[in-house]
Ligand binder design. Structure first.
Ligand SMILES: [Cu+2]
Length: 137
């Protein structure tokens, strides 16, 4: 009986780890965390940074208390100011994940350098915006 229970909990743990690896761990290093009055926004990716070329990443939105934020439609855009030329603008493709407050994004950068990032959201959990800087390196 005891052995059976142990085996069962072991199987359960393996299943849980498999799910975590499949959904979370592959995008687990934080690129940037930004707190606003209403939300905490975390950008994550496998490498923990943005690099020139295509990037896939995760946006997580929570309330200041750490509950998933029902953020509805989320968008992310970036701007880089370059001397003597118009700012370089790049927008991300953002889709909602099955997990509340979790979004999957992809974005491509032609070069390295600091980006001014704007994240907007508009959903049942509220509407808001955050701005911060992220290096592309
Ligand atoms: Cu540039």
């Amino acid at each position: 009986m005891r052995a059976a229970l142990t085996l069962r909990s072991l199987v359960g743990m393996i299943a849980l780890v498999t799910v975590l690896v499949g959904t979370g761990w592959a995008q687990s290093k934080a690129i940037h965390t930004q707190k606003t009055k209403d939300a905490v926004i975390t950008l994550k990716s496998e490498s923990g940074r943005w690099s020139p070329g295509p990037n896939s990443f995760v946006i997580e939105l929570t309330t200041p208390a750490g509950q998933p934020l029902d953020a509805g439609k989320v968008s992310l855009s970036t701007s880089m100011s370059m001397p003597g030329m118009a700012p370089m603008i790049a927008g991300a493709t953002v889709t909602s994940d099955k997990t509340p407050g979790r979004y999957l994004g992809s974005i491509s950068f032609p070069d390295a350098g600091a980006r001014q990032v704007t994240v907007n959201w508009d959903g049942p959990g509220g509407k808001g915006s955050a701005r911060f800087s992220v290096p592309v390196r």
